[in-house]
Write a protein that binds this ligand. Structure first.
Ligand SMILES: [Zn+2]
Length: 425
């Protein structure tokens, strides 16, 4: 049920290992022709791609980082003739130098295959209407969804981002069954629906929401599912691995993200030492691509924090390993009074308080080497700042300051929500 590629998604452990070894060898042979890769591999002690003999050799490959992509801008990492390139996507980080991922025809097919598996896993079938809310452009989200829609045969509604009223009208008029967006946009949709006239407050055809590129709590997921009458899925992928959906999604059993193991090798490492951690322990997610042609990645450090949930066969029948939904980023971990926490944990704690809404802000103020934390949140009348602070202290281990605001009064963003604000005092 709901499986796009049964053979690939139900491989035995032995088959997966065989496919992964072949995939790394093939990728190394391709990368060796490019000086950018081969100089790094030589520095790590490889004199030829054939030095990679078994999957145990993976640990000998040097890590790749976002900095490698930036240094290689625009196409120094390209391993194929220029005439074989068909498309590229780009993301810009906080430092400004963009990260480019280029695609051959084969890479676009690989991306579409991964997206098709995600769509099928969410219960979408040929002919279903699907609304794409990520932007079409250099960002990979819009086109990634589009390539997947083409592969599965979905009826594509290429809405792109913004204009919430039109998004709702399109969903209603074209009887949209599924949509993809950033999760922080969904409260905008719900607000507009709540304010609509009687009889227009629901989207009866909608069944599936696919959310990427932001972490979100189980509680926010439950609220969205209940209000919209849909099932939520957490899709995973980034520019450097080839875009949205390339590294997996959760299935209908919702017990972790299935990584496409015939396409990527997953490692979880200690972010400070780079050494692998035990299954079940949190660490940084590291990916090695097995079928990417133009710009393969070897041991790419994502900065995403997760853990291996299971390598056993899932209730859905898939055999690929499952990692936890992303808890945070190694670089957005907050340390306050010696306590480590992630914005998502604040969200989880806030959503447990009855009457608290989906909008919140974490403000960090540094003075004299001390960090003061303020948590502002929207809530119904009757929710007191004292009650919020008390609950956060119980859950996070320290007492933040904070205020309770009327629903609709905290600043809104159209794209990714800006939850954490840093101030120097
Ligand atoms: Zn599953």
């Amino acid at each position: 049920m709901g499986m796009w590629n049964r053979a690939a998604e139900t491989m035995s452990r032995d088959e997966i290992s065989r496919v992964q070894l072949e995939g790394v060898k093939k990728s190394l042979r391709r990368a060796w022709s490019n000086d950018f890769y081969s100089s790094r591999l030589k520095r790590a002690g490889f004199s030829a791609p054939e030095d990679f003999r078994s999957l145990d050799d993976l640990a000998k490959l040097p890590f790749m980082t976002k900095e490698d992509f930036r240094e290689a801008y625009p196409l120094r990492m390209n391993c194929v003739p220029r005439a074989d390139l068909r498309e590229f996507h780009m993301s810009s980080g906080s430092t400004g130098t963009p990260v480019v991922m280029a695609y051959t025809k084969g890479d676009l097919l690989q991306w579409a295959e991964c997206m098709a598996r995600c769509f099928a896993m969410a219960g979408l079938e040929e002919g279903d209407a699907f609304q794409i809310m990520p932007t079409f452009g250099l960002f990979n989200g819009g086109f990634g969804c589009y390539h997947g829609c083409r592969k599965v045969g979905l009826f594509c509604v290429p809405a792109s981002s913004g204009n919430t009223e039109r998004q709702i009208k399109l969903m209603r008029d074209f009887r949209v069954k599924g949509f993809c967006s950033v999760v922080s946009y969904v409260p905008r949709i719900i607000e507009k629906l709540d304010a609509a006239p009687e009889g227009e407050r629901d989207l009866p055809s909608l069944r599936v929401g696919i959310f990427g590129s932001e972490t979100f709590s189980n509680e926010l997921r439950r609220r969205i599912e209940t209000r919209l009458g849909i099932e939520c899925f957490d899709i995973y992928g980034m520019t450097e691995t080839g875009g949205i959906g390339t590294t997996g999604q959760d299935c209908r059993a919702h017990c972790g993200i299935h990584v496409w193991e015939d396409q990527y090798i997953t490692e979880i490492v200690d972010p400070s030492t780079g050494l692998p951690v035990e299954d079940g322990e949190y660490g940084e997610v590291v990916f090695t691509s097995l079928n990417r042609e133009a710009m393969p990645v070897f041991r790419y450090r994502t900065h995403d924090i997760s853990r291996i949930v299971s390598r056993e066969k899932c209730a859905c029948g898939r055999t690929s390993l499952r990692i936890d939904r992303i808890t945070g980023r190694t670089d957005d971990m907050l340390i306050v009074k010696g306590v480590n926490f992630y914005p998502r944990q604040v969200e989880e704690a806030l959503m447990e308080i009855p009457g608290v809404k989906d909008e919140f802000q974490i403000i960090l103020e540094e003075h004299n080497g001390m960090t003061d934390v303020t948590v502002n949140v929207e809530a119904d009348e009757g929710v007191t700042g004292h009650a919020v602070a008390k609950h956060l202290r119980e859950r996070l281990g320290f007492l933040p300051k904070g205020d309770v605001f009327k629903p609709g009064t905290l600043p809104r963003s159209e794209g990714k929500a800006k939850r954490v604000i840093r101030k120097q005092v």
